[in-house]
Design a protein around this ligand. Structure first.
Ligand SMILES: [Cu+2]
Length: 307
């Protein structure tokens, strides 16, 4: 429980234990006094109730002492928190996008992954972005958590100091599949990290398409296996007939390249029958024309229709 794997773990654990100890002291102390009062002042021993109006000394004491204790808690927390906001100059930067409902990590050399791989013992700064709603990047083993707020740049930094694989979670309830918004961070030696970083990402067009669907969290709303999530499944989509509603009118279209392109760029124009508008945001600023080509290549490769 008390094994932390970053430079901040000791401080956070210390502040936590400090507050826990004070809480525990009062829990035990107050319970003991209550029990003692029940025995000492019960009706048999003390048949006539007494009214005590005020006691200046007591009131001053029970105002000042808790105030000092609370300020001490604040001070301890602040001392631990302050260095978390001061990033060392040599920190390696990784851009992190948290979206409904997955994580994407982008390195300076352009490598994009769903797993945060980092070298042990090196300071890292994560630049935090959200394109949709508020998420919160939480790595319990490192004792760090920071919100990703749409329209606002946020950051966090730390030094991972034990090699291993740790859980990354979203700690801000962000909708239907919030609990699926998890990833891993893998802390490796600098040598392993450099080797991993230099490895190219897959190149086949359809693999690229699948990676784009994964990296942009399309598959948290669209399954690949035929099950219905927030949106229709992608399984066997390409080339089939779709019933769509456009401006209140129902019509049938074939899911060809042009249709898929429209569905990605202007999702609320043609709504697939049986689904709600306003669920899928327009991806015109995120998904490039090349990305769309790769996505279509992936759909085509999965199509059951003869080519
Ligand atoms: Cu989230």
């Amino acid at each position: 429980m008390f094994e932390g794997a970053s430079n901040f773990a000791k401080g956070v654990d210390g502040a936590f234990l400090f507050i826990l100890a004070i809480s525990f002291f009062f829990l035990i102390g107050l319970s003991a006094v209550m029990i003692w009062f029940m025995i000492r002042y019960n009706r048999k021993k003390h048949p006539k109730a007494e009214q005590i109006k005020d006691n200046m000394k007591l009131e001053v004491a029970w105002t000042i002492i808790p105030f000092l204790i609370v300020m001490l808690m604040f001070y301890y927390g602040y001392v631990v928190f302050k260095p978390m906001r001061i990033v060392p100059k040599d920190a390696m930067e990784v851009n992190v996008t948290g979206m409904m409902w997955s994580w994407k990590f982008e390195y300076a050399n352009g490598k994009i992954t769903n797993e945060l791989v980092l070298p042990v013992g090196k300071a890292v700064k994560l630049n935090l972005f959200s394109p949709d709603v508020i998420h919160s990047l939480y790595i319990p083993a490192f004792r760090i958590k920071e919100d990703l707020v749409p329209g606002k740049e946020n950051y966090m930094w730390f030094i991972p100091n034990i090699e291993g694989s740790y859980e990354i979670l979203c700690a801000e309830y962000c909708g239907l599949r919030h609990s699926f918004m998890e990833a891993k961070t893998r802390i490796v030696t600098d040598e392993e990290f450099q080797k991993w970083l230099a490895e190219p990402t897959p190149i086949a067009e359809e693999d690229k398409g699948l990676a784009i669907l994964q990296n942009n969290a399309c598959i948290s709303c669209h399954s690949l296996d035929g099950s219905k999530l927030v949106g229709p499944t992608f399984k066997g989509l390409f080339g089939t007939e779709r019933t769509v509603i456009e401006a209140g009118k129902e019509r049938i279209v074939v899911a060809d390249s042009a249709y898929i392109k429209r569905a990605i760029l202007e999702p609320d124009k043609e709504i697939v029958k049986g689904y709600n508008p306003g669920m899928m945001r327009a991806y015109d600023k995120v998904i490039t024309a090349d990305d769309i080509k790769s996505i279509i290549a992936y759909f085509e490769s999965q199509s059951k229709l003869p080519k």
